[in-house]
Write a protein that binds this ligand. Structure first.
Ligand code: NAP
Length: 276
């Protein structure tokens, strides 16, 4: 992501939270973290393995964080240890950002019914959907009443996107989980929402077959005829995680230039490409 200046303020002043899913400076979670930091949030980060620590540590330090925890979300012991570390440090937290997904590359190209294996299905659902249920439960145990959580999803949960395949099924499970978690935690005034972002160039997006076409098509067919700006996703995260988002829970909020709203593109490049 190009260097951008995030709006500063005090919307997150006094709030502490955990960011899960920064792999590098292009990660959506990193755009969100920078926006939250610019509004006064204090954050801890999880990472996966020493290779990622080298990348994530300088990013975390640049927003004043010295709390980094190694955590593979499929490993119960590491999940337990990660949340214990946060509890030991702060006692309570106010927010959670879950920006984690994975499916094997072989699952993300070609025919859905031909390519999807039992193991591929289980692993995609485990890492990309169950991990939010697990993290939300653990986070809620140490969360102040009135806290907030978000996860990241994609339109492939609602409609068929070529090659997105089993990840679309995992995102549908993630969005349904968001609603169930919101119902469980609502009485404590903890709000739980999903942001459905349009395609953004990250490591995860690079794993999807015909990714380049996805960006070109999104740009041509979206209402705004543009690709999704990570700043917009970070802004939505700020709204949902701060007190601006009061009374909003169980929602899947699209930040995709209006791509989800379009049935048939208006006049423009896509129609012209069809010779109209
Ligand atoms: P990213 O930078 O590659 O982030 C994905 C993160 O998931 C990485 O930090 C990755 O760590 C982590 N992860 C994968 N398996 C894990 C595991 N077992 N344990 C712990 N962490 C694990 O890509 P991103 O695009 O920002 O993705 C963040 C979220 O946004 C994902 O849920 C993605 O589906 C969603 N999203 C992305 C787009 C897009 O176009 N980029 C659009 C809509 C929604 P490792 O690198 O160590 O595996």
């Amino acid at each position: 992501m190009a260097e951008q200046t995030f709006p500063t303020g005090t919307l997150m002043a006094g709030k502490r939270g955990l960011i899960m899913g920064v792999a590098n400076k292009n990660s959506i979670a990193w755009a969100i973290a920078q926006q939250l930091a610019a509004q006064g949030a204090e954050m801890a980060f999880t990472y996966q393995g020493d290779k990622l620590l080298r990348r994530v540590k300088p990013l975390a330090e640049s927003v004043g964080s010295d709390t980094l925890v190694d955590c593979d979300v499929t490993n119960d012991d590491q999940m337990e240890a990660a949340f214990k570390t946060i509890e030991d440090k702060w006692g309570k937290i106010d927010f959670l950002v879950h920006a984690i997904a994975f499916a094997g590359k072989d699952q993300l190209a070609g025919s859905f019914i031909e390519q999807t294996t039992r193991e591929g299905f289980k692993s995609a659902l485990d890492i990309s959907a169950y991990s939010f249920v697990d993290a939300a439960r653990r986070a809620s145990n140490i969360m102040n009443d009135g806290g907030a959580m978000i996860t990241l999803t994609y339109l492939g949960s609602e409609r068929v996107i070529p090659n997105y395949n089993v990840m679309g099924v995992a995102k549908a499970a993630l969005e349904a989980s968001t609603r169930y978690i919101a119902a469980d935690l609502g009485p404590r005034q903890i709000r739980v929402n999903a942001i459905s972002a349009g395609p953004i160039k990250t490591l995860a997006a690079a794993g999807i077959g015909s990714g380049r076409h996805m960006f070109r098509f999104n740009k041509a067919a979206s209402a705004m005829q543009d690709n999704t700006d990570p700043m917009g996703v970070a802004g939505a995260a700020l709204y949902l995680l701060s007190d601006l988002g009061l009374s909003c829970t169980g929602e899947t909020h699209h930040v995709d230039g209006g791509f989800h709203a379009i049935g048939m593109p208006q006049e423009g490049p896509l129609r012209e490409s069809l010779g109209e």
